[in-house]
Design a protein around this ligand. Sequence first.
Ligand SMILES: Cc1cc2nc3c(=O)[nH]c(=O)nc-3n(C[C@H](O)[C@H](O)[C@H](O)COP(=O)(O)OP(=O)(O)OC[C@H]3O[C@@H](n4cnc5c(N)ncnc54)[C@H](O)[C@@H]3O)c2cc1C
Length: 502
Amino acid sequence: MSNDRNQSDIILIGAGVMSATLGSLLKELAPDWNIKVFEKLSSPGEESSNEWNNAGTGHAALCELNYTSEKPDGSIDITKAIKVNEQFQVSLQFWSYLVQNNLIRNPQDFIMPIPHMSFVKGANNVDFLKRRLEALSQNPLFEGMEFSSDPETLKEWIPVMMEGRSLDEPVAATKIDSGTDVNFGALTRMLFDHLEEEGVQVHYQHAVKDLKKANDGSWQVKVQNINSGQTDVHTAKFVFIGGGGGSIHLLQKTGIPESKQIGGFPVSGLFMVCNNPEIVEKHHAKVYGKAKVGAPPMSVPHIDTRYIQNKKSLLFGPFAGFSPKFLKTGSNMDLIRSVNLGNVLTMLAAGVKELSLTKYLIQQVLLSNEKRMEELREFIPDAKMEDWEIIVAGQRVQVIKDTPAGKGTLQFGTEVVSSADGSVAALLGASPGASTAVQVMLEVLEKCFPQHIDEWSPKIKEMIPSYGQSLMNDEELLREVHAHTSQTLELSKKKVQKLAYI
Ligand SMILES: Cc1cc2nc3c(=O)[nH]c(=O)nc-3n(C[C@H](O)[C@H](O)[C@H](O)COP(=O)(O)OP(=O)(O)OC[C@H]3O[C@@H](n4cnc5c(N)ncnc54)[C@H](O)[C@@H]3O)c2cc1C
């Protein structure tokens, strides 16, 4: 344990859901370690983790069609769906542990049960959806999923989506009741309250400007107090760069070989929100559609019931767009500043390869409100402009790197980049994102603290009973985990009925 005022064991950069999760795991595993957090904004969870900056889907691959692709032989590949689902079960278990031990309270403030549905139009898509259900229903992780192409059943499931719909082409949906809406902003704030109660020093309005490795292997982190302008150097044996879109710049400053040939491509987003109670009350699900041909996976349109501060609303989107900022509160120079001698060829190669994405994003930026309404009416045929307002979502910075698939390949996943000696790690990318925070932060621990993992394993198992095991291969454990997390996190329908009319 370190005593010097500017010295600590761990520095977490950024107060988003990732740093919150890593800090909370470490407080359980190594309670004596001294942890400091530096966040440039004035409170936690204000960037991508904020409830209005993301869609709040507890991604478990129950409804997102981009996690189940069709193979050339017509069969459905569910590998990615299984991975995402298993990762979400890890998050549920850790949140459950925190609630059960009173480390965070009131689970209804951050997680609500909501059916997850996929909705498609046209004979080919209906056929795909049916085959997808067949492939998934053989796996216990997806138990309880139903399919219907019967308009009467669909009217019961999604009344507002069926009202005024001309049924000149077939439509179908799948529905599974074990889906969730997660308020990642509320969760992040709860986790930071908990960390401060546990003695973690969280410094808001403190921006990290630079990182340098000292001769003794520790990191010197240059931090500026935004109010006073004063700059101090803090040292730590381990630094986690959880700066969201800001992580790429900070990773580049470390100069570690792993930071070379990596760049970022920012994709901005808009949502449409409806607060009209008459319409809100007619919809109770997260309904994902199919991405348009040529559209990137993160732009799959969906219409969601959201629970934010005990209030229900509907969210539609996202509409992708282009902004050179890496954070919503970032600078228009972010993209240019991220290009350096190490990654310029990688970035240029991506620029050439991703012309269709660039074209798609430009088209999205140019969409008029009327065009956005047309996209919404694919889901809610009777939607009226006066019921919907537009809000700006968070920035996603997609990673660009050289892979076996070629130079300058755009990645759509979440990536942990760490130094060979495990003294620094950064989290890049955005998808599946916050839902998989616990699994991803466990990976950070495994990569950066291999010497402690054996000693920590029993505690990790206590917090996450499925740790190191595959739930799909152990149905008994899966059922136990489901029953336990549903009970602790109060994921029952009763809760929804109680809250829906507040
Ligand atoms: C439009 C959109 C929709 C999404 N939908 C979903 C969804 O439905 N489900 C899901 O699971 N995930 C979703 N995500 C992804 C999810 O929001 C992110 O993966 C997650 O919030 C990232 O958390 P983070 O802690 O890494 O980053 P952030 O929450 O962005 O936090 C990073 C923090 O670091 C701070 N920071 C940056 N640079 C510095 C610096 N130099 N010094 C000090 N502080 C700094 C920032 O101010 C910020 O507070 C979505 C994202 C977007 C943008």
